[in-house]
Write a new protein. Structure first.
Length: 222
């Protein structure tokens, strides 16, 4: 479902930001908005939480535009979405977020919606295909994440449960190679609890990967 009619104009903002580990994506965003009042500011996705210095980059009021380009390893992609949620939930300005990726909108919604858990904030999050041209990007061929929340994801006739905040945090560190004991010390949680979070989180993400592979296989035969 395309939501062109209800989207705000991408070119109306005074402040632009980009979250990506890809320098080419950042250069492209800078070129796309080079005639605006200021160049987009790059926000790191190395850490999934908004730092104090990064928080100062955002205005106290008004509306901002954030582009999120999902690419790289699974831990980087998950970290970028967690960083996006941190910005949406912890800044005082109103953020319109445009997520650009090769993932289906349902996949993005599955990961992002539990992190925000606020329909008003989610109503300003949109996603689209990474293969769009600049002209298509500016023509606003985006899908509103909020519009697919109720659909959920099923694989082999079983609905995949969404990840909790702890499950996602532990899974990110698992994919980065961090041990249970190390994360247990960092969070101050029992190692057994961290293990359970890791087991459940990785199991859900594995099921989600199987669903994703199945969806992509369907598309290749169309």
């Amino acid at each position: 479902m395309i939501c062109n009619s209800s989207l705000p104009s991408i070119k109306k903002y005074n402040h632009y930001y980009i979250i990506s580990c890809c320098s080419y994506a950042c250069e492209g965003a800078t070129a796309l908005f080079m005639h605006e009042s200021e160049a987009p500011k790059r926000i790191s996705c190395d850490q999934e939480y908004l730092s104090g210095d990064e928080l100062l980059l955002f205005p106290e009021s008004g509306e901002v535009c954030i582009f999120v380009y999902l690419n790289g390893s699974i831990d980087t992609i998950l970290s970028a979405l967690k960083k996006t949620a941190s910005i949406i939930c912890n800044t005082k300005c109103s953020s319109s977020v445009y997520i650009i990726s090769d993932f289906p909108p349902a996949w993005v919604s599955f990961i992002l919606s539990p992190l925000i858990n606020n329909e008003t904030l989610l109503s300003k999050v949109f996603c689209t295909d990474a293969n769009l041209s600049c002209e298509q990007l500016l023509s606003q061929d985006f899908i509103r994440v909020e519009s697919i929340l109720s659909e959920g994801i099923k694989y082999k006739n079983r609905k995949i449960k969404r990840l909790s905040l702890r499950e996602l945090a532990v899974a990110i560190r698992y994919y980065r190679g961090e041990t249970v004991n190390n994360f247990s010390q960092t969070l101050g949680l029992p190692a057994k609890s961290v293990y359970v979070y890791r087991r459940n989180g990785v199991a859900k993400l594995t099921a989600l990967k199987q669903w994703l592979n199945n969806e992509r296989a369907k598309q290749s035969f169309k």
